[in-house]
Design a protein. Structure first.
Lengths: 333, 333
DNA sequence: ACTGGCACTCTTGGTGTTCGAGTGCCAGAT
DNA sequence: ATCTGGCACTCGAACACCAAGAGTGCCAGT
C-alpha cells in the first residue's frame, strides 16, 4: 500500500494528522485527493489508520505501523557520516564497561531516542578464570571472570575459617572444573565438590561453592544500561499523558530486562515491538526496535532503542542493526 | 520573618502565587491583609519575593528560599512510619552495590524526588586488600578492595611475562605498602617499587603498579547512582520549559559528581543549593538537598535529592539527614 | 504601627463567531 | 472499473470579547 506508507512517512515527519490533499501533493503519486480518500476509507475500515476526530486527517494505528514495518523491504542504509560517527564513538574503549557505555551513548545520539544495551548475559558465556582471595580467615572474596571480560565479585563470610591450604586446593579445583565451561552448566559440575574436603571445613567450602554457583546463575546480575532519557522530553508531544510512566518503566531494571528478553532470538536481525504489543502498560505509546548481539555467531544479549510509536522506523532499524553488528565485531575481535 | 515563611509554605503547598488575603486567613497570624501587604512590599524590595505579573500573588525568589532555609531552625523530624520505611527498605542488603541501590530507592520514594547517591569515594577510603591474579603470563588481573567493601578491578596487559615468583613478591609488597593506607596517599608509597625487581621485568612491574595507582586515583571510577527520575515528570509544572535539560544533566555522571563535589565538607550536616546557585545552567530551576555520609566519623561521599526549587525543604532535609545517618551507620557496622 | 476602604490592573474562563482543513458521497469522465 | 471534480457538511483552532475575581498600592483614619 503506497498510501499507507505515505501516511506513515508524512505523519512521522510532521507529527500532524495527514489529509488527502496534502498527501497527494507532497508525495508524487499522480492521483487526485478524491482517489486517496477512497483508499483511506478502505485503510480505515481495515484498522490501519484512524482519525482523531471527524474531519481531521488520518493517523496510523499500531496495526498500521506494524504493516508498514513488516512491508519495509530495504532498511535505509546508514550514511557514511553515520558509520563514521559510530566508529569514532566506539573507538578506544578500554574495557567491557567502557564498550557498553560508549555503545549506548552512540545509539542514543544517533537515533535521538532512549537507547538500551543489555550486558552480555552470563548464562551463555564461558568462564575464563575463577579466583579466591582470603581477605580474612573467614571472609573470602570470590572473583569470576567471563570470556567476554566481564568481572563479577562477591564477598562470602564462611562459618569456619579456612586454611591457606584449603583455599589453594579449592581454587585449583574450581579452576579445573569451571574454566572453559558455559556458565549455565557449571552448577552441575560443582555438585559435591565440598565432599573432597575434610568434614570440618565442608560447610565453609559449601558456602563458597554456593556463592560461585549463584554468581554464575547470573540472572540476578543481569543488567541493562541506558542513555538518552532526555530525548523523551522532546517527544513528549507524542504521548497523551505525561512521560512519567515511561520514565518509571525504563528506570526499572526488571522491566527492561523482560522487554529485551521477550525478543526473538534471531541473531543479527532486528525486531520491532509496537505500542499495544508491549505487555507493560506504561509502554503502550512507545515502540522498541531491538536486535541481538554477541561474540561470535551466538546472541549473547540485546540492545535497542525505545521511542514514541511515531518514530522513524527505517532509520532506527538501520542504526540498531549497524550498532549491533559493530558491537558484535568488537566483542569477537 | 513570619510572612516569608508563610509565603514559602503556602506556595509549596499550592504551587500558586499567594495573595495577602488568603495568607492572612490560612496562617493564624492575627493581622489584616493590609498589614501583610506592607510586609510583602518590603520583602519584594529586598528581593525575597516577586510577582509573576502585576496584581498577582507573590512567589518566593531563589533568595527567598535561601533565607527560608537558613532561618529554618528545627528540621521537621521524621515520623515513625517514615523511619520504619527507611529501615525496612534498607534491611537485608547483601553487598555494597545492594546497599547503595536500596538507599537511593528509599530516598526517592521517601521524598518523591530524584535521589542521588555517590559511591563511597576511594580517595578518602582505606585499602583493605590488594590482589594480583595472573590470568595468563602477561595478563594480570588487579583487584583492590576498599575498607568500605567496594571492589574495583582491572586487567593489565604487561609487555613481558612475569613469573609466579615475581607475582607473589609483588603481591606481598603491594599488600605491605598499601593496606591500611589512604587511597590518596598510596601513589607516594608505591614510587620506585619496580626498582626492587630484576631489570628485565621492571617495565611489566611498573605497568602493574601504575594500574594500581590509577585505580586508586579513583576519579575515573567515581560513580553516582540515581533513582526516581520519573518524579520529575510530576513536577513538570514547576519548570518553565521542558524537563529536558534536567534529564540531560542528571544523566551525565560528570555533572552529578561535580554537583555533589561542590558541597561543603561538613560531615553529617545537610547543605542546600538553590536554583541559580547552581553552576550548571540546566539546573537553574532545581534545588539540591545533600549531605555527606561515611563509615566512621569521616565523610566518604555524598547523597541527596534534586527537585524543583519549589520543594518541601524541611521534609527533604529531614529525609536526607536521616538516610545519610542510617547509611553511615550501616557502613560503620 | 495597624486597619479599612477604594480605585485600578491583570489573569482566567466562558461564549460566540469565523475560518479552513478535511471528509463523504455522488455523478460524470476515462 | 476506476478515477476525478464538485459540493455540502462537520468540527476543531483561533480570535475577539466580556465579566468575574483576585490581588495590588495607596491613603486617610484609628
Amino acid at each position: 500500500m503506497a498510501v499507507l506508507r505515505a501516511i506513515v512517512e508524512d505523519y512521522v515527519a510532521t507529527s500532524e494528522p495527514v489529509g488527502s490533499r496534502s498527501l497527494a501533493e507532497r508525495h508524487g503519486l499522480g492521483v487526485s485527493p478524491a482517489t486517496v480518500r477512497n483508499d483511506m476509507a478502505a485503510l480505515e475500515d481495515a484498522g490501519y489508520i484512524a482519525q482523531p476526530h471527524t474531519s481531521a486527517g488520518r493517523v496510523p494505528t499500531d496495526a498500521g505501523y506494524r504493516l508498514f514495518v513488516d512491508r519495509l523491504s530495504a532498511a535505509k542504509p546508514l550514511s557514511g557520516a553515520e558509520k563514521r560517527a559510530i566508529a569514532s564513538l566506539l573507538e578506544g574503549a578500554v574495557d567491557l564497561d567502557d564498550i557498553v557505555d560508549r555503545t549506548v551513548r552512540a545509539l542514543a545520539t544517533l537515533t535521538h531516542q532512549v537507547a538500551l544495551v543489555q550486558y552480555p548475559s552470563l548464562v551463555r558465556s564461558q568462564v575464563r578464570h575463577v579466583e579466591l582471595i582470603a581477605m580474612e580467615p573467614s571472609r573470602m572474596l570470590v572473583v569470576v571472570i567471563a570470556e567476554s571480560g566481564r568481572v563479577t565479585q562477591r564477598v562470602v563470610a564462611t562459618p569456619t575459617s579456612l586454611s591457606d591450604d584449603d583455599v589453594a586446593r579449592l581454587r585449583a579445583r574450581l579452576i579445573a572444573l569451571a574454566v572453559g565451561q558455559r556458565f549455565g552448566q557449571i552448577a552441575d559440575e560443582l555438585i559435591g565438590l565440598e565432599q573432597e574436603f575434610a568434614p570440618e571445613v565442608r560447610d565453609a567450602i559449601g558456602d563458597v561453592v554456593a556463592a560461585v554457583v549463584e554468581m554464575l546463575a547470573g540472572q540476578s546480575e543481569e543488567r541493562v544500561v541506558l542513555a538518552g532519557a532526555s530525548h523523551l522530553a522532546e517527544s513528549a508531544i507524542d504521548f497523551t499523558g505525561t512521560i512519567r510512566p515511561i520514565l518509571e518503566a525504563i528506570e526499572e531494571q526488571v522491566v527492561m530486562l523482560k522487554l529485551l528478553g521477550e525478543l526473538a532470538e534471531d541473531s543479527g536481525e532486528v525486531s520491532v515491538r509496537i505500542g499495544s504489543e508491549h505487555t507493560h502498560s506504561g509502554l503502550a505509546e512507545t515502540s522498541l526496535v531491538a536486535a541481538g548481539y554477541g561474540a561470535g555467531r551466538e546472541v549473547v544479549a540485546h540492545l535497542g532503542v525505545l521511542g514514541p510509536t511515531r518514530m522513524d522506523y527505517p532509520s532506527s532499524i538501520a542504526a540498531v542493526r549497524a550498532v549491533a553488528r559493530y558491537l558484535s565485531r568488537i566483542l569477537s575481535g
